[in-house]
Unconditional design. Structure first.
Length: 320
């Protein structure tokens, strides 16, 4: 079968279409669900895997297809999953397996039926970006009816994959949202229900200003918030971290920096139950995946390039 992936670490030059044997049937792969792939979501983390930045933390078996989340129809599965051939499902790939292939194997612990009201290409967007945003908000108590939830949430990188989900989910949970994003994403952020703040309003204004000056500008522009969901990292996180109480920062972009600033990374819950919650939110119209571009499998290289620019609106999807 054909995959789009890589057989060594490196830049875009190592990517190409590769002919590989069909994956082992899921009956012979404990915990696996083999699917005929119909859609794949791509994420910035896929670029880090290809480049080798996640060696030691992310298992790679060359040749490796790119991508970690997919939707499709079940070909075969471990009998314990309760899934049948032909079922429409989505989920995260099994460890050491990539998504961008004609067939892939999903991890049975996360593989979830797709509701009738949800398209495959929408479901393929959910495991990474939507799941990260949902988990971050729950760690910040936004989704806990028995805890004091944050009234005002600041989302950094509000126009990207994680950010667009975080804005919608925080609004769904009853929070007021400030979304930090570039001026080009203003209309999108506002349409999703957040108050938009342009990075340029506090970052490098004037040029080469100190972090302290930028922090004071941010305090005047944004004011205090109850929690921060970070999908940008870098100077934006350094400047804005002080707007939230100690411990009320969750970062998808830079967990190490967040830890230094009184927050931390996000503990992911890649379970069938959590992914079903995400699919139900989409089915109910409470959350809509924001998809920047959709590409055919033959144009997978263009899809990866779209993600690698780092400036796309929402998600990038490959449809097979």
């Amino acid at each position: 079968m054909r995959i789009y992936g890589f057989d060594s670490y490196g830049g875009p030059e190592v990517q190409r279409f590769l002919e590989v044997p069909d994956p082992t049937s899921a009956e012979g792969t404990p915990g696996g669900v083999a699917i005929e792939t119909t859609a794949v979501g791509l994420n910035p983390g896929d670029i880090k895997v290809r480049s080798g930045q996640r060696q030691g933390a992310f298992p790679v078996e060359f040749p490796m297809a790119m991508g970690r989340e997919a939707a499709g129809r079940v070909i075969s599965s471990d009998p314990s999953t309760g899934l049948s051939a032909g079922d429409r499902v989505f989920g995260s790939c099994l460890s050491g397996v990539g998504a961008l292939g004609e067939v892939t194997i999903l991890d049975a612990t996360s593989t979830t039926p797709i509701p009738d009201a949800v398209e495959d290409f929408q479901a393929a967007c959910l495991p990474v970006a939507a799941g990260t945003a949902w988990d971050a908000l729950h760690e910040l108590n936004a989704g806990d009816p028995n805890a004091e939830k944050p009234q005002r949430v600041l989302v950094l990188g509000a126009g990207g994959g994680v950010g667009t989900f975080a804005v919608q989910m925080a609004r769904y949970l009853g929070c007021s949202v400030v979304g930090v994003a570039s001026s080009a994403k203003k209309l999108l952020v506002e349409r999703l229900g957040a108050h938009h703040v342009d990075y340029a309003e506090f970052l490098n204004q004037p040029v080469n200003q100190s972090i302290e000056v930028a922090r004071e500008a941010a305090r005047e522009i944004i004011g205090p918030v109850d929690a921060i969901v970070d999908a940008a990292g870098g100077d934006s996180l350094r400047i804005l971290a002080g707007l939230a109480p100690e411990g009320a920062i969750r970062s998808a972009a830079d967990p190490a920096l967040a830890s230094k600033l009184g927050g931390r990374g996000i503990q992911r819950r890649r379970t069938r139950e959590v992914f079903a919650e995400l699919a139900d939110l989409v089915a109910a119209g409470a959350v809509t995946p924001v998809i920047n571009n959709q590409f055919s499998f033959d144009h997978a290289a263009d899809a990866v390039k779209d993600v690698e620019t780092g400036h796309s609106l929402g998600k990038t999807v490959v449809r097979l």
